[in-house]
Design a protein around this ligand. Structure first.
Ligand code: BDR
Ligand code: CA
Length: 314
């Protein structure tokens, strides 16, 4: 069983990823931590509670502090265009959900849960890396206690999606992402290099919904707004399932090829939020890359098999 804390900003593709984690028989979802991004921290937390209630998820929800690692950074408005005003495709999520929130802030929940399960917890982070960086700042030793960190974010050999240089999750908090990549834990980065190849078409989602009832119906309703936006840019009118792709990596890493090497994140300037990897084996003069751990960037994917596994699990 894979013990997972899901760090998320629901978010339409986050919702699909959450249903995947909940349904997969080899995954034990032991916590959901929320981060701002696709909407404000209030909205993403409310959405996590809403999905928890609708899908009968038992994992506790802990709320992030809604701040970038460097407080001077501003957040952007663009997610409304993709995820809607309510962050879940404008389906009309109730204002409040009558479920308890874990009393600890998200980063503290991560620390406590990792310490209670040394060597066993996988962190899957599919929003800004703010909570993970805060956890490392408060308790750097957790790096040695986490099993692995799987991130949806970044773009190595392809253009970004929020600027030509940067992917949205990393661009939203580059300082945090640099801390996470540079920590001495195992990081697997599932970025745009591979996620853009994983597309759920509107037609396929409708077929899955017809065959599977209530849970899929909610997911399908949530996803229509995102598909209306994305479908214009994607073959066969579909949605790129970024966050689910990172979750599939957990149970089927053999469907991905990775490149290893230290990873750094640019902060500031026109390449703000760009992820850069120094491939292992390449030598450079001493400098900013010295002493960094080698991490793993996904650069290849068997997208057909990844989508088949996602289909089957949803
Ligand atoms: C990432 O940005 C968010 O909008 C999505 O939920 C995904 O995590 C893709 O760049
Ligand atoms: Ca996300």
């Amino acid at each position: 069983m894979h013990k997972v804390i899901f760090d998320t900003d629901p978010g339409v593709d986050d919702a699909m990823a959450l249903l995947f984690l909940h349904n997969h028989p080899e995954i034990d979802l032991i916590g959901i931590t929320t981060v701002f991004g696709n909407a404000s921290i209030e909205t993403t937390t409310r959405n996590a509670l809403f999905l928890k209630r609708e899908w009968g998820i038992s994992a506790p929800v802990a709320k992030g502090n809604g701040q970038t690692y460097d407080p001077a950074r501003n957040t952007a408005d663009w997610p409304v265009m993709i995820h809607g005003h309510d962050g879940l495709g404008n389906i009309g999520v109730p204002e409040t959900i009558d479920l308890p929130i874990d009393p600890r802030p998200a980063h503290r929940f991560i620390i406590d849960t990792v310490r209670a399960n040394p060597g066993e917890v996988t962190l899957i982070a599919v929003g800004r890396m703010s909570n993970l960086a805060d956890a490392l700042k408060e308790d750097p030793e957790i790096a040695g206690l986490v099993k692995q960190v799987i991130i949806m974010g970044g773009a190595f050999d392809v253009p970004g999606n929020i600027t030509p240089a940067a992917e949205a999750n990393i661009h939203g908090d580059p300082e945090a992402a640099d801390v996470v990549m540079g920590a001495h834990w195992k990081v697997i980065v599932v970025g745009l290099d591979v996620t853009i190849k994983t597309v759920m078409t509107r037609k396929r989602l409708a077929e899955l919904t017809a065959a599977n009832g209530r849970h899929l119906k909610l997911l399908s309703d949530i996803s229509q707004f995102y598909i209306d936006f994305y479908g214009r840019h994607v073959k066969d009118e579909g949605m790129v399932v970024h966050d689910s792709c990172a979750c599939v990596y957990l149970v089927a890493p053999e469907l991905f090829t990775t490149r290893s090497g230290a990873i750094r994140v640019v902060a500031g300037g026109i390449a703000d939020g760009q992820t850069i990897q120094k491939p292992d084996g390449r030598a450079f003069p001493p400098g900013d890359w010295d002493g960094l751990p080698s991490q793993h960037a996904c650069i290849g994917i068997d997208a057909e098999k990844v989508m088949a596994l996602l289909d089957e699990t949803l």
